[in-house]
Design a protein around this ligand. Structure first.
Ligand SMILES: Nc1ncnc2c1ncn2[C@@H]1O[C@H](COP(=O)(O)OP(=O)(O)OP(=O)(O)O)[C@@H](O)[C@H]1O
Length: 126
């Protein structure tokens, strides 16, 4: 296989993200949620520490969804028929996405709690 350039590799990675966004319903939901969260963070002028936590949570969930999509494709290719190991692989990858999404939701609650409390009366942002 010929060696590919840095920019070619970057392009293939971008194609992978576009593929997941086009084909995976959950990836679309994550993307919309990310836009909503980033817009809310900008409107509320959150501290850089809160931004870091939010961006970390968003990146984690979307990266997990990309890995889940890749794994689903590989499993479908390797095991188009029903197999307990194919089920285990898909369910485990889906579990990783679920874990990341629950973690991200918890981060979102922690990050937005004080700023929203301050916005709607009382409290202070450190
Ligand atoms: N080849 C297989 N053998 C055994 N079980 C399978 C196989 N393919 C899918 N399954 C089971 O069906 C579930 C759903 O499979 P599917 O391929 O629809 O994944 P999904 O595509 O996980 O969902 P999404 O695309 O919404 O993320 C899997 O989590 C797994 O439990």
């Amino acid at each position: 296989m010929p060696k590919k350039s840095f920019w070619a590799a970057f392009g293939y990675a971008a194609q992978g993200i576009v593929y997941a966004l086009r084909t995976q319903r959950n990836m679309k939901i994550h993307a919309v949620a990310a836009v909503v969260v980033i817009s809310a963070a900008a409107l509320l002028h959150l501290s850089w520490l809160r931004w870091v936590a939010l961006l970390f949570a968003i990146a984690l969930v979307m990266a997990m969804e990309l890995v889940n999509t890749a794994l689903e494709s590989v499993v479908d290719l390797a095991s188009p028929k029903i197999h307990p190991l194919a089920k285990a692989a898909k369910d485990t990858a889906a579990g990783a996405v679920l874990l990341a999404a629950v973690f991200a939701a918890a981060i979102g609650i922690i990050v937005f709690f004080d700023p929203l409390l301050e916005l709607f009366g009382g409290g202070s942002q450190p």
